[in-house]
Design a binder for this molecule. Sequence first.
Ligand SMILES: *Cc1c(COP(=O)(O)O)cnc(C)c1O
Length: 395
Amino acid sequence: MTTSSSEAAIYTYAPHTRPIWAEVSRRRLLHNYRLLERLAGPDADLLAVIKANAYGHGFEGCALALAAAGAQWFGVTCVEEAVGLRAILPSARILVMSGVYPGEADAVLDHQLTPVVWDAAHLEALVEAADRRRAEAGSVRVHLEIDSGMSRQGVHLKNLLLLLDHFDPGSPLRIEAAMTHFHSPDDAAATHEQIGQFTTCLKVLTQHGIRLKFVSAGSSADLLEGASADVNQLATEMGARRMYRTGIGLYGYAPSGQEEHGLQPVLSWKTRVVSLRDIAEGVTAGYGATFRAQRFTRLALLPIGYADGLNRLLSNRGSVLIRGHRATIAGRISMDQTMVDVTDLPRVDVGDEAVLIGTQARETITAADLAQCTGTIAYEVLCNIGERVPRVMAD
Ligand SMILES: *Cc1c(COP(=O)(O)O)cnc(C)c1O
């Protein structure tokens, strides 16, 4: 139940027996969800972003746990993800956040998905599919994205009026929410500038008699940092509710450091020592012989490589936890295998658990630590955990 459908398609020929897995803590996921809910307060709703296989955590297990905890809204990237989610949550609201690609409008209607729209092409495709189904006026709810400064998705103020022509009273489409995305949640001035642009666009909607149910703005960092709290007031003035779209916070990470906010990392990534080998001083290990033993060295072999999402930049730099101690990666990470130096560890046996992300005894490695070591962000480390790594829901 915890493997994604694409994974199942590739790996159904055999059960997972390779000792590598990701443990996803239901308790921690719900702790983070409740923490974000409390922060949002009674005047705002949370949309749980579970795009990209729930940031690598396995969307099925996460979606079911969050729905059981009361989550009503889920955000995914695309129609394919949404259809997979619809199969397990028949009545949840599902927001498709990256627009409607050619050929997808029928699936949007058939699976009662809520698309984010900003382009006339999205609207025309949806109207056409709705007309074929003789959908009633206003029965297809969409979230209209406003480009308030991100310049990625969304309609800009200068094109807004033209787009609103598609929402005349007889149209099957209805704007349920106006949405925008902030680019720098850690920069209050930048966020205010975007809120200004967004406000102008909201006024245009109001002048057109569009009554919104939601004003959807702000991701995890916006909620945690409180930089966009003004949007609550804006929503209230319009008779709407504020909606936050939170992803990374649910999984226990925040740009400014998770401890600060009381978030708990949800995913642990584990493997086991599959063999041990002693090499003499001067002997090399791995491709390119980038590791050369400076002394008698004991290497432990781990059945994990860059094809599982372990970034090759961690070669000779990263470490894993074995028996509560750090063991440094020795030599280049291979596609499917990695060696670690366990010479200084008290005792290591074949079968010992090795932690890539998570805690052992008093030591912890987080996705943020790996991200720092490889010059990226925790989001990417988590999303890159490979499809062939089974996700296991744990307490
Ligand atoms: C991914 C995404 C979010 C969630 O962002 P987090 O930083 O993970 O909370 C919110 N809104 C949109 C449009 C997104 O694409």
